[in-house]
Ligand binder design. Structure first.
Ligand SMILES: NC(=O)c1ccc[n+]([C@@H]2O[C@H](COP(=O)([O-])OP(=O)(O)OC[C@H]3O[C@@H](n4cnc5c(N)ncnc54)[C@H](OP(=O)(O)O)[C@@H]3O)[C@@H](O)[C@H]2O)c1
Length: 230
């Protein structure tokens, strides 16, 4: 009886191999970087550098605009700024939620200079109206915190024709900053723009498909792409 020989052939294109290696490298690099920086361990490590005395400074007379200020990081930021004496403008899309958050901040900080601006940041025309209303106050903006963000899992298109995650996370932050520039310039050289990004961006490279028009839509992937673009 002749010896049976098993014979396998693999056909892998060089491009597919490079893509696979790149993806594997990116996932591993993000895993390590993410573990060190964005997990509870990362938080505990970074919090050692936090100096409580930094929060004791007084910033009366500074005007701070915080988007998405009715919950989460935006709420905590608005509250911390108000507790240091700043005049805070909370930009929220929902009037009721905004008012509730505002009165919580006023009562926890005792600072009456906290104001609500209602604006849906997924809409360029709403951002333009907000910026024009705000500009008529003629106050310098010392700090703009682009915090509002979302991760919508379905591919939803806004009435202006933009994919929703992109509209809020990228376009909303960009348009708000651009339209606030004249007021930030009045406050310069003290002005600051802070955009709250995410370590999730390390999972994906920059792409020119800003609105995820090609391929199977994934909200998490689009969120990561948006945060990369920010
Ligand atoms: N939490 C995390 O682990 C994490 C990690 C990395 C980065 N971030 C980033 O941190 C920022 C704040 O996130 P969070 O965790 O604090 O989440 P959150 O509690 O859900 O806060 C998001 C805020 O954005 C507002 N927002 C969403 N869409 C808006 C729109 N179209 N117009 C105006 N406001 C809108 C929300 O308003 P509504 O209440 O009306 O929805 C809410 O106030 C985001 O940019 C997020 O990407 C968060």
């Amino acid at each position: 009886m002749k010896n049976a020989t098993l014979h396998f052939e693999f056909h892998i294109s060089i491009t597919a191999l490079i893509m696979f290696l790149l993806k594997t490298w990116r996932a591993s690099a993000f895993g390590v970087y993410g573990y060190l920086n964005f997990t509870r361990n990362g938080f505990l490590e970074h919090s050692k550098k936090f100096k409580p005395e930094d929060m004791e400074i007084r910033i009366e007379g500074k005007n701070c605009v915080v988007t998405g200020a009715n919950s989460g990081i935006g709420f905590a930021t608005a509250e911390a700024l108000a507790s240091c004496g700043a005049t805070v403008y909370m930009v929220c899309r929902n009037k009721e939620k905004g008012e509730t958050a505002l009165s919580k901040i006023q009562s926890s900080t005792g600072n009456p200079n906290v104001h609500l601006e209602v604006c849906d940041l997924s809409s360029i025309s709403e951002i333009k109206s907000f910026a024009s209303r705000f500009s008529s106050k003629d106050v310098p903006v010392h700090v703009l915190v682009n915090n509002a963000g979302l991760m919508e899992q379905k591919r939803v298109t806004t009435s202006e024709g933009f994919e929703l995650n992109f509209a809020v996370n990228v376009l909303g932050s960009y348009a708000t900053t651009e339209l606030m520039l004249p007021l930030l310039e009045i406050a310069s050289p003290d002005a600051r723009v802070i955009t709250v990004s995410s370590g999730g961006m390390y999972t994906t490279p920059l792409t020119s498909d800003l609105q995820f028009s090609d391929g199977k839509f994934s909200g998490a992937e689009q969120y990561a792409r948006n945060k990369r673009v920010q």
